[in-house]
Design a protein around this ligand. Structure first.
Ligand code: ADP
Ligand code: MG
Length: 387
């Protein structure tokens, strides 16, 4: 039986969301299959790693009991031994328990997880892991880079300006000047690397633009401003696969466009705003499949799949698009390499159960691993003999 380590928590603003993804949508269905030994590896907010059966219990987190538990627990360590082995104190004085990991299943949203950091570590550790690899994760978690790659291949994106913090601090007016020259209000100002709408502001004049840029640079070292898409319908497309990605259903959040999708709407209100209609997903109520004319649906689906391939996504990701319903134009917005709760509610509607979803992801991880292993990384030379 293969050992799957599910890694969750982490040093990110999406720490809590990650716990729900890991416990509800990954560990539970993996255990239901009875085909794997599942290890829960929790990374606390201070960055320490813990490995314990008790960490599979959501009530430990929802009750707040985790604080006390962490106080008593010993952090685990990981051993790089040609693979990756979890090690912790066994409870018997001086003894250690260890377990070799066969496959890692990252369930960490945001910084140090979804942004490629964890993937880099797993690559060094030389083990297969689920989901996007490091390069696709890095590109996806940088809104500027993702849009530039898409643009370079002719995928429509909302026109933007961007700058890094050093340049902004040196000359704070340059970016605002450039925005006013190149773009038309209203604009959206966004930190390049954050999620959950943190520090994102819609602005309609110079004064608002300047203060929104200040705020965004407070959170990130790269910031972009882009034109707001009018007559907006947002859609998102979960995708599964390596070389032959398959789409789930286009999904549209049920919010009014003027109250743009913020953390509160996404996670805190249980989807109250759209209650009564639609599907209750990981981020409130939504329309699945999105109610769109057939040709517009096909256009958005194609853009989603194109971006998935262009950024080199693997395993799974979710591509967000903004549609101007009046002009019928579809703009690529961003990619989420680790969709909250894996977007299992959407896959369910598309005919893939929660257990099938995690099993497919494990299979895709193994397939990619086999392909990577076939690449030659050793190159013999006589270089050392001259010394
Ligand atoms: N160019 C835009 N036009 C209209 N609405 C936008 C635009 N960019 C972002 N938004 C709104 O802001 C929300 C958050 O922006 P997004 O780029 O998706 O960042 P996040 O990573 O926080 O989800 C979107 O879901 C959408 O409602
Ligand atoms: Mg978004």
């Amino acid at each position: 039986m293969k050992t799957i380590a599910v890694l969750f928590g982490g040093r990110s603003t999406e720490h809590d969301v990650s716990i729900v993804t890991a416990l509800g949508s990954i560990i539970k269905p993996l255990e239901l299959t009875k085909q794997y030994k599942v290890e829960a590896v929790y990374i606390a907010k201070d960055g320490a790693w813990y490995w314990d059966e008790k960490l599979k219990d959501i009530s430990l987190f929802s009750s707040g009991g985790i604080k006390e538990w962490l106080h008593r627990a010993h952090p685990a360590s990981v051993q790089f031994d040609g693979g990756l082995t979890l090690v912790k104190a066994s409870g018997i004085a001086g003894r250690k328990t260890s377990r070799k990991i066969d496959i890692a299943f990252p369930a960490m949203h945001g910084t140090y997880g979804e942004d490629g950091s964890l993937m880099g570590l797993l690559r060094l550790a030389n083990i297969p892991f689920v989901g996007c690899d490091m390069d696709a994760s890095v590109l996806s978690m940088d809104k500027v880079l993702a849009k530039l790659v898409a643009q370079a291949h002719g995928v429509p994106t909302s026109p933007m300006c961007f700058a890094n913090k050093t340049d902004f601090e040196r000359n704070p007016r340059t970016l605002a000047d450039e925005c006013e020259k190149k773009l038309k209000y209203p604009l959206f100002v966004k930190p390049a690397h954050l999620g959950s709408s943190i520090a994102i502001t819609r602005v309609v004049n110079r004064k608002e633009l300047e203060s929104a840029l200040e705020v965004a640079f407070h959170y990130d070292d790269k910031v972009l401003a882009e034109e707001a898409i009018g007559n907006l319908k947002e859609v998102t497309l979960p995708i599964l696969g390596n070389d032959e990605p398959r789409p789930a259903l286009l999904e549209s959040p049920m919010t009014k466009p003027e109250e743009f999708f913020d953390f509160e709407t996404k996670y805190m209100q249980g989807g109250k705003k759209g209650a009564g209609k639609g599907t209750k997903g990981s981020q409130g109520y939504s329309e699945v499949p999105a109610d769109l004319p057939k040709d517009l649906y096909a256009k958005a689906e194609k853009i989603g799949l194109d971006v998935y391939r262009l950024l080199g996504c693997a395993g799974t990701a979710r591509v967000d698009m903004l549609i101007d319903t009046k002009t019928g134009k579809v703009f690529f917005n961003e990619v989420n390499p680790l969709p909250g709760s894996l977007y299992a509610h959407n896959w369910n509607k598309a005919g893939v159960s929660g257990t099938e979803l995690v099993q497919t992801l494990i299979r895709l991880a193994e397939e990619r691993w086999q392909a990577v292993r076939q690449q030659n990384t050793v190159f013999s030379t006589n270089y050392l003999q001259q010394f």
